[in-house]
Design a binder for this molecule. Structure first.
Ligand code: CA
Length: 240
């Protein structure tokens, strides 16, 4: 059964574009351009994922998210305006699983949709079956895998082939960002924001430093190629 996605966006052209792309990928789509209507839809129906714009008529996206509450099972990806840092922070605090900054490349949106569906299946069914392209897929909650590598969030433990790897907190956080965004090219800015926080002021090359540490502790230690450099853009871990 195709995953059912609720797209909440009042810019009609953008909503239509996203809808067509999602349908093309095999998803079922319901659209809403009003926050109050979206809240009603999300309360009365079970969607596998909600793409939620923040600036909406009726009720803004953050308010929709708050009223849905933390017990609502459907993962939410926020669509935020560039530089709306407070929105991102409040949104993640209010329970959104991810956000994407407008304007976005549709490939990135589709990749984030696939990741969110796999990491947060509603009701545990194979709700991500329509997007079976092999992105991150942890079987146990809080355990993220890439080949023989496993990161256990609760135990704060990383292993490769069962052998323990000692990482600092920042290295651990960065590895988790890579593992939960497999096949998505992450820019230095994105990595910096996700690892060091929104308010970090400093050089983006701190990212390169952590990547180097991770490579020496994992890639070099186990003679593998995990973190790939995408010239002029950033870094990626490929699931295949
Ligand atoms: Ca809007």
């Amino acid at each position: 059964m195709a995953a059912h996605i609720l797209v909440v966006e009042d810019e009609e052209k953008l909503a239509r574009f996203v809808e067509l792309e999602l349908i093309h990928e095999g998803y079922e789509v319901t659209k809403s351009g009003d926050g109050r209507e979206a809240l009603e839809l999300a309360t009365e129906n079970t969607y596998d994922l909600i793409l939620l714009d923040i600036m909406l008529p009726g009720l803004n996206g953050l308010e929709v998210l708050r009223r849905l509450g933390n017990s609502h099972p459907t993962p939410v990806i926020l669509l935020t305006a560039r530089d709306a840092v407070m929105d991102k922070v409040s949104g993640l605090d209010a329970g959104a699983v991810d956000y994407i900054t407008k304007p976005f490349a549709i490939e990135e949106l589709l990749a984030r949709v696939r990741v969110a569906l796999k990491l947060h299946p509603v009701g545990g069914a194979d709700s991500a079956s329509s997007a079976s392209d092999g992105t991150a897929a942890p079987a146990e909650e809080g355990v993220y895998r890439w080949k023989s590598l496993a990161l256990d969030e609760k135990k704060h433990r990383v292993t490769y082939d069962g052998k323990e790897i000692t990482l600092t907190n920042r290295e651990f956080e960065m590895l988790k960002v890579f593992l939960t965004n497999q096949d998505i090219v992450l820019t230095r800015d994105t990595l910096l924001e996700k690892v060091c926080g929104y308010d970090y002021v400093g050089e983006t090359n701190v990212v390169d430093v952590y990547v180097r540490f991770l490579r020496s502790k994992i890639d070099e230690a186990f003679d593998i190629k995990m973190i790939e450099t995408v010239r002029g853009v950033g870094y990626v871990i490929k699931s295949e």
